[in-house]
Every structure is written in C-alpha cells, then in structure tokens.
Design a protein around this ligand. Structure first.
Ligand code: DC
Length: 225
C-alpha cells in the first residue's frame, strides 16, 4: 500500500493536481479540506461563532462526517446528508479555516483520515497530511504558488462560474487564510522536513503532475532496491 501526501496553501492547485495524479496512478484521492468544510457548514447552519472554542467542542460529538465514492468522485456526508455541492463557497472556506484551528474539530477527523489510508493506495491532500496525519507517507509534496498567481487562478475560476468578484479582495482573502492556517497552534500548515517543494507559479497542471509522478516512481525504485 502506498500513500502520497500533498500539502499547501489555499489556491495552490492541490485538488486539481491531486485528482490528475490519482487518476494516472490508480490511487484513491482523499480531499481532507472537504471534511473540514462539511464541519464548517454544520457550524454555519447552527449560527456558531467559528472562534467559540467551548461551543464547538460541545457540538463536535453531534457531528458525523463520512466519505463515499460515487462514480470515482469523493462525496462528503454530514450526518448522513450529502453536502458535497454545498461546501465550495468562500463563506464555507473561510469558516473551515477558522473552525479547523479548534482541537475538537481536528480530533474528530484525524482517525477517519488515518483509517482511509489503511486499505488502499491513497493520495491525500490538505494542510497537515505530511506533518501530522500521515507522517510515514511514501512521498510528501509541499505544493505552493505566489499569492498573486493563486489569487488570479481563483479569480478566473469564479469568473468562469459567472460569479462577480474583485481580484484585490480575493488576494486579501488568500493572505488572511494563509495566515490563519499557518499560525494556528495545532497542526499548522508548514512544509514537512522530508517534503519535496513544488512551486507551481510558472508551471502547468501537466508539468506539476509529471513532477510529482516522477518523484513517486523514484521513491518506488528506491524502495525496490
Ligand atoms: O483545502 P480547502 O480550501 O478545501 O480547506 C479548507 C480549510 O480547511 C483550510 O483553510 C484549512 C482547513 N484544513 C485543515 O486545517 N487541514 C487539512 N488537512 C485540510 C484543510
């Protein structure tokens, strides 16, 4: 069984790259951000303040997040409801970044994520996969890109969906999210010591996918020696 961990900041292209690579290698893709987003949706619906540590800890036992694969696509369920189509908004992303800093939320998801890596070749992406969830992953990638490039990509994505947006505001949101994810006390976003750094600022999706797949084959060859 093999595992690949991809961590990096918001908008670095993790999920696009991860999906491409998982398909090429025949691995199961696990998007851990979707799990944090599902929990964030629960708190948004309840009107809970994302920084209210006590309330969040009190409610966590009521939340069950499960994952299923339908036609090869990961679907995330919140207490039995498929919420996959409801979690991709900026509002949910911002709330996820806040609530993911809470210990009770991280504890609720850690075991589920580790268990998923036990039974299949997996490619898992998030913020703390190489540093915390799968410290023994066969390959760790830290995928990043400049704030300007990440903001422009997000801007183009939203525009393509017909969403009105302002580039400068997206850039500011990304900076705030980076700060929040990198400075929290538990499992902050950082490059694992043994992770390969990939800066996708001037690379295409195919180039990044090839770089990661190449690194994986080298790991596999080394292991076979
Ligand atoms: O990757 P994403 O934008 O879907 O993630 C949403 C938020 O969830 C992100 O800002 C921080 C949090 N997250 C986390 O703390 N740990 C992970 N492994 C994945 C996501």
């Amino acid at each position: 069984m093999y595992s690949i961990a991809i961590d990096g900041p918001a908008g670095a292209g993790k999920s696009t790259i991860a999906k491409t690579i998982a398909k090429k290698l025949g691995f199961v893709y696990v998007d851990t951000g979707a799990m944090y987003r599902a929990i964030a949706l629960y708190f948004l619906r309840k009107g809970v303040d994302g920084k209210d540590k006590e309330k969040i800890a009190e409610l966590c036992p009521d939340i069950q997040v499960t994952i299923e694969y339908i036609d090869g696509e990961q679907q995330v369920f919140l207490n039995g409801e498929n919420v996959s189509h409801l979690i991709r908004t900026e509002e949910v992303g911002t709330m996820a970044s806040l609530t993911a800093a809470q210990p009770a939320v991280r504890e609720a998801l850690l075991q589920l994520q580790r268990d998923m890596a036990k039974n299949a070749d997996i490619l898992m992406d998030g913020r703390d996969i190489g540093t915390n969830v799968l410290p023994n992953a066969d390959l760790k990638i830290y995928l990043t890109a400049s704030v300007t490039v990440r903001a422009k990509r997000r801007f183009d994505e939203l525009k393509a969906k017909g969403v009105e947006c302002v580039l400068a505001e997206i850039e500011q949101d990304i900076e705030e999210r980076d700060h929040q994810d990198m400075t929290r006390e538990i499992a902050p976003l950082k490059q694992a010591e043994d992770a390969v750094l990939v800066d996708s600022s001037d690379m295409t999706i195919e180039e990044v996918a090839d770089a990661v797949i190449g690194a994986f084959y080298r790991v596999k060859e080394e292991a076979a020696k």
